[in-house]
Design a protein around this ligand. Structure first.
Ligand SMILES: *Cc1c(COP(=O)(O)O)cnc(C)c1O
Length: 353
């Protein structure tokens, strides 16, 4: 895939690294690729960052045909830049595309788009440990008609945002509310796809939880409202009476790359990790009898996020004394060490640019 590059004539300045926040500042360029049934993916181009124009009947605006990915470019301790398991994001993007009837893209082509773009924007990868250049590939259906069918025209884009450290103020355990009303998705639905619609549908519960002082919701399955699925937009893991448990991928759970990496790290360190159904009753029981030792969310943004409090209806429980647990801390240290190139990567996960 040829990529035509038009450089900006007015490059911007990166804000101070302690003032970056998340997703507010964008790099100088953006990448676009068009798709239509006749030509397939074509016209890959990098342009100065700016607004895009859409036909008012564009599929994405009416029927929500949109998927995305989220990964980071990390500044290694030696000054170089690397990605973390990018092929996992690429494969997941194609799985999401398949679910949403959007066109797939050749894996090596997508990798080339990512690496070419990151190399061009290399100066936007911040240097402080914990900061990163957040990469947001996304794709949307772009037929200029209101007919409902698999799309014949689509656009792939990539934008990037230098992001601050998630834990600039230290790793503080979060308070989580078990959501009993809304569900995120159902089996047979779009839960395993990273699509914008899943987020649109889960915002209401998140807002309600925030009003009550909780930072995220813990989702239950959409069929029986019985089994634990995810926490906010992260996967979730528990240590109950010595057993490490994470909900098994039933189709309504997003198969997180951090989840997969946590499982692989723990197993290689001799821990047993069980991917199984975990009912809310079992979880509540473990809270009541003090057997829940640790709970944490995991995802690219936070890496791991310890859960210090869990609420269900009027009941509220403190988890692990409200402090980060031993396994959670270990995962944080190992994963961030590999991602920021502070320790050897024994797994072959880093992709140096
Ligand atoms: C992206 C995402 C995750 C985490 O996936 P990672 O690949 O680890 O970043 C978990 N749950 C949902 C709903 C997500 O969208």
């Amino acid at each position: 895939m040829e990529i035509k590059i038009t450089k900006t004539t007015s490059p911007a300045q990166m804000p101070p690294e302690d003032k970056l926040g998340f997703g507010k500042v964008f790099t100088d360029h953006m990448l676009l690729v068009d798709y239509d049934d006749k030509q397939g993916w074509h016209d890959a181009r990098i342009l100065p960052f700016g607004r895009i124009s859409l036909h008012p009947a564009s599929t994405v605006l009416h029927y929500g045909a949109e998927i995305f990915e989220g990964l980071k470019a990390y500044r290694r301790a030696d000054g170089g830049v690397q990605l973390f398991r990018p092929m996992e994001n690429i494969r997941r993007m194609n799985n999401s595309a398949e679910r949403m009837s959007l066109p797939l893209m050749d894996e090596q082509d997508m990798l080339k788009l990512l690496t070419t773009f990151v190399k061009l924007e290399e100066s936007w990868v911040p240097k402080t440990f914990g900061t990163s250049l957040y990469l947001r590939p996304f794709m949307f259906g772009n037929d200029e008609s209101l007919g409902v069918h698999a799309v014949h025209n689509a656009t792939f884009m990539l934008i990037a945002s230098p992001s601050g450290s998630y834990y600039a103020e230290g790793i503080n355990p979060v308070s989580i509310m078990i959501e009993n009303e809304d569900v995120r998705t159902v089996r047979g639905g779009t839960g395993y796809a990273k699509c914008g619609g899943n987020y649109a549908a889960s915002t209401r519960a998140g807002e309600r939880a925030a009003k009550k002082g909780y930072s995220q919701v813990l989702w239950l399955d959409g069929v029986e409202r019985k089994y634990i699925e995810e926490v906010g937009a992260m996967n979730v893991m528990f240590k109950i009476d010595g057993e490490i448990v994470t909900p098994k991928l039933t189709g309504s759970i997003l198969p997180g790359i951090t989840r997969k990496s946590c499982i692989e790290v723990l197993r290689s360190q001799g821990y047993t990790v069980n991917e199984r159904l975990l009912s809310v009753d079992e979880l509540l029981e473990s809270l009541r009898n003090g057997k829940l030792e640790e709970a944490w969310g995991c995802g690219t943004a936070a890496v791991v996020s310890p859960i210090g409090k869990l609420a269900f209806g009027d009941e509220e429980y403190v988890v692990g004394g409200g402090k980060i647990g031993e396994v959670t801390q270990k995962l944080y240290d190992i994963l961030t060490g590999i991602q920021w190139g502070k320790v050897e990567d024994p797994y072959g996960w880093v992709y140096k640019l």
